[in-house]
Design a protein around this ligand. Structure first.
Ligand code: TMP
Length: 204
């Protein structure tokens, strides 16, 4: 089977949108079709970045918005240099569960640091390194809360708070508007239907 090499894909969306399950399904599909790939996540993806993840998502010890952005970007740079670029160079497809768009939305928009300011910092520090394709999973805040009620709260952003999730969704919509990199996935359709849509969109 012919496949696209050096492809960097990210999965984005609010909490409980179904992105991580779909990412696992896509990885299984690649595996079954002998397509070399690497699955990773943010914040994290390297030993040091996973350490920073613990600090960033800690519920007990808070950090300032600027500290949070700097830690996220430091973790990301380490992730890009140590994992993503080498895998792409080796001809693999890289799929990341969240990437820079999460920072633009959660820190830039939701936490009011400024979306444009955050995008500018990404251009300066990370050379504007972005995925070629981003699958953006969207659900209504009501649906998210319903799903989260059945889940263990694991980090400080897993809040059961409709206005928080509504702002996350608004931020993603603003960011993805008129941007061809994004493929919008309605998270409330069937798992099989979403998987087929993703595979079709990738045209692999
Ligand atoms: P997840 O791994 O379950 O998707 O959760 C990671 C959390 O981290 C999620 O609530 C969003 C948050 N996050 C940010 O706030 N900024 C970022 O740049 C990234 C990558 C994640």
């Amino acid at each position: 089977m012919n496949y696209k090499r050096n492809l960097f894909i990210s999965f984005e969306g609010p909490e409980a949108s179904g992105k991580s399950s779909q990412l696992r399904l896509l990885s299984k599909y690649f595996h079954l079709n002998n397509i070399p790939h690497l699955v990773t996540r943010e914040p994290g993806g390297t030993t040091n970045a996973e350490k920073l993840r613990k600090i960033i998502l800690n519920k007990k010890e808070s950090i300032t918005p600027t500290e949070e952005i700097l830690l996220l970007m430091a973790a990301r740079l380490n992730h890009i240099n140590k994992v993503i670029k080498p895998a792409l160079k080796a001809g693999k497809i890289v799929i990341s569960d969240r990437f820079a768009d999460s920072t633009f939305v959660y820190q830039g928009f939701v936490n009011n640091y400024g979306m444009q300011k955050t995008i500018s910092l990404h251009k300066i520090f990370l050379d504007n390194f972005l995925p070629q394709k981003t699958f953006l999973f969207l659900l209504s805040p009501k649906q998210i809360n319903k799903r989260l009620q059945n889940r263990k709260i694991s980090n400080k952003y897993d809040k059961i708070n409709p206005s928080f999730h509504a702002k996350v969704i608004k931020g993603y919509k603003k960011l993805s508007n008129n941007n061809k990199r994004f493929c919008i996935i309605k998270g409330d359709t069937s798992i099989e239907h979403i998987h087929d849509k993703i595979v079709k969109e990738l045209n692999i």
